[in-house]
Design a protein around this ligand. Structure first.
Ligand code: PRX
Length: 638
């Protein structure tokens, strides 16, 4: 398979970028021509950022799974679509050809249909990183059901919130998942969540870990039994539902600075075009390359660069169930050698944690199959960049530092492997079609280079979010109201003298912990629901491995017995209500919080204390009670 829209030189990039800005509609329609449509679009783009209303390829009819699967047959029927590397290196690797993946997606799509799932119904998927997770997402897309994949680390309460918000009628899960030495009892977590969700009609369960589970009569179904019924009928092809380009493909929940996570909605046509285009260009994918993205399909990176982008491009994807340090810190490198991985796409937090093991885990590893390295999810510090470049890429593999978000659907700012220059710790240049702009807090546009500001986008790209599920006003308030007529990313950014972009981190109350986004308000709500807690304030602080750690300042009525035990209890409450990823690293009991006279918590001061920068607290005279700061500094957990 060749990619007519693959850029092959810096000059190609330059030219594509210019065309994409001068005539975006022509630019994107020429790319969209290379996909399979039942009917071409009526209009390439209709948009305004006030409502917002964004429509790409409206009136175009397609099914994304025909682009991921059907159109690769028969030419690629026997080519490997998916390699599965299980948690336990002693368990057998699985390979699915494009034909096999097509067959399994069709079977499951038929199972969903047989159980009453229709176009537009919401289906939640809560599974470990096994091939069936990818199959489940594609089966939903095949029949036009909207999938909502929930990361396997979220708690029953977080699941229930998401199921309620989207009024999910069908859940797909497995008995359990493996993560290193741990077995995660997914089905039992789902059972707990469903106590609050009587509207869920059916739960389909794939048996993976053989963890004992309870199956509820008339609600729970075994995946294998349901598939067997379809096979008994001669395995018919499940006709792909013809979708409008602007029909929703999936909902993915993500944290913001306020309230509960919001359901970011992506639609079929634009998302397909954008993820495929960015995949082929950023990673410079070549036919036959094995692409290993270590993200979980529960996050946007997995949706866009394990499932949809690569499969639309006919790529070979590698799905890994385990963790980088099990059975030892050489696991990624063993996988690279075993499957001759060409592209490794991972997060800085994983690189930093593996760096901590030194070079011993790399002994005896060749890594010679690697061609391109990728980084995503958080700023990559220079030390980690150089280690990755030197010890993993052996100085010969370009590193692409890809900046994007759940809301953007695909990579917006990144160098293109070997085509445009890399610069350590810089995401570098916008992709064609992407028009970044920096503004100060007052909304003044910051022209020129060597300047820092808040990062916005001034023109739509096909992969961007269309709404937040069930609450369009929230979408507007969150992303389109801060700066009129612009999409606001929530990130701070520096543009260097050559126009390269360096993302400096969030400018709102959102933390990025090990590449995972968590709102401070969400964690505070969880802490505040713990008995005896009066109030709390959560901030991030620099953490060597996670990027940011979670520091909670908590006012508690009284500590009964051991303070450390009380802290442990609070941390457990957060884990129970959200999931282990939101568990505070440090909890400090305080008498009060630094507040302005209008009652607003001065987080700037708490951040400085958490960082240990107590000499740089700045002006505290506007505080209601400046003496509180001194008390907090004395008791700080450094
Ligand atoms: O702050 C940015 C950071 O991650 C945020 C988006 O998080 P999420 O929606 O969970 O998506 C993560 C995977 C795409 C951004 O607002 N971020 C993501 N990539 C980078 C980054 N920060 C710096 N450099 C990056 N390459």
């Amino acid at each position: 398979m060749s990619y007519p829209f693959q850029l092959r030189s810096a000059a190609d990039y330059e030219q594509a970028y210019q065309s994409s800005v001068q005539n975006p509609e022509l630019f994107w329609s020429q790319i969209a021509e290379h996909f399979h449509w039942h009917k071409k679009w009526d209009a390439v783009l209709t948009w305004n950022f006030e409502e917002p209303k964004i429509e790409w390829f409206k009136g175009g009819q397609l099914n994304i799974t025909e682009n991921c699967l059907d159109r690769h047959l028969p030419a690629k029927a026997n080519d490997t679509a998916l390699i599965f590397e299980p948690n336990d290196p002693k368990s057998a690797t699985q390979k699915l050809s494009y034909q096999a993946l097509f067959d399994r997606v069709n079977q499951l799509a038929q199972v969903l249909k047989n159980n009453g799932v229709k176009k537009g119904d919401r289906v939640a998927i809560y599974m470990g990183m096994i091939p069936e997770l990818a199959i489940a997402t594609l089966a939903c897309a095949r029949i036009g059901a909207i999938h909502s994949v929930i990361f396997g680390g979220f708690s029953a309460q977080s699941i229930a919130d998401r199921l309620q918000d989207a009024q999910v009628s069908f859940v797909i899960t497995c008995d359990g998942a493996y993560r290193g030495t741990k077995e995660i009892p997914l089905k039992s977590v789902i059972d707990d969540a469903l106590v609050q969700c009587p509207f869920v009609e059916k739960v389909l369960v794939y048996m993976h870990t053989h963890t004992p589970i309870s199956m509820l009569k008339d609600r729970d179904l075994w995946w294998e039994d349901e598939v067997a019924k379809v096979v008994a009928l001669g395995n018919p092809i499940c006709k792909a539902e013809v979708m409008d380009a602007e029909d929703p493909l999936f909902i993915l929940y993500t944290s913001g600075s306020t309230g509960k996570p919001k359901g970011v909605v992506h639609t079929v046509g634009g998302y397909m075009v954008y993820t495929t285009y960015s995949f082929v260009n950023v990673f410079q994918y070549q036919e036959g390359d094995v692409h290993f993205c270590t993200a979980d399909i529960g996050w946007i990176t997995g949706h866009s660069y394990i499932v949809y982008g690569p499969l639309c491009a006919g790529a070979t994807i590698l799905l890994f169930e385990g963790i980088p340090t099990y059975p030892d810190a050489g696991r990624f490198w063993d996988i690279v050698d075993k499957h001759q991985v060409a592209i490794l796409y991972t997060a800085p937090t994983a690189i930093r944690s593996l760096m901590g093991f030194g070079l011993a885990p790399l002994e005896g590893k060749s890594l010679s199959s690697l061609k391109v390295l990728g980084s995503v999810g958080e700023p990559i510090n220079e030390e980690a960049w150089h280690w990755y470049h030197e010890h993993i890429g052996k100085g010969r593999c370009p590193i692409v530092d890809t900046w994007w978000q759940t809301e953007t659907g695909g990579i917006l700012i990144s160098n293109m492997a070997g085509i445009t220059p890399a610069k350590p710790a810089y995401a570098t240049l916008p992709l064609p079609g992407v028009q970044p702009i920096l503004l100060d807090e007052n909304g003044t546009v910051l022209e020129g280079n060597d300047i820092s500001g808040n990062l916005c986008m001034r023109f739509p790209w096909p992969g961007m979010l269309r709404t937040t599920y069930g609450d369009h006003v929230r979408c507007r308030t969150n992303y389109f109201a801060t700066y009129p007529n612009l999409y606001f990313t929530g990130d701070g950014c520096y543009r260097d003298t050559q126009g390269n972009y360096r993302i400096t981190g969030r400018v709102d109350d959102v933390l990025n912990v090990s590449g995972h986004r968590i709102g401070t308000a969400e964690i505070e709500n969880a802490i505040n629901s713990h008995t005896g807690v009066v109030e709390s304030a959560v901030v991030g602080y620099p953490h060597d491995i996670k990027g940011q750690g979670i520091y909670a300042f908590v006012i508690i009525e009284s500590v009964h017995g051991d303070a450390d035990l009380s802290k442990l209890d609070i941390a457990q409450t957060v884990t129970r209500l959200i999931g282990a990823i939101a568990k505070p690293d440090k909890i400090q009991f305080v008498q009060g919080l630094p507040k302005t006279r209008s009652g607003k918590i001065m987080r700037r001061i708490l951040r400085k204390i958490a960082e240990g920068a107590v000499d740089a607290l700045g002006d505290t005279s506007t505080l209601l009670d400046p003496s509180i700061v001194e008390q907090i500094v004395k008791g700080a957990e450094l």
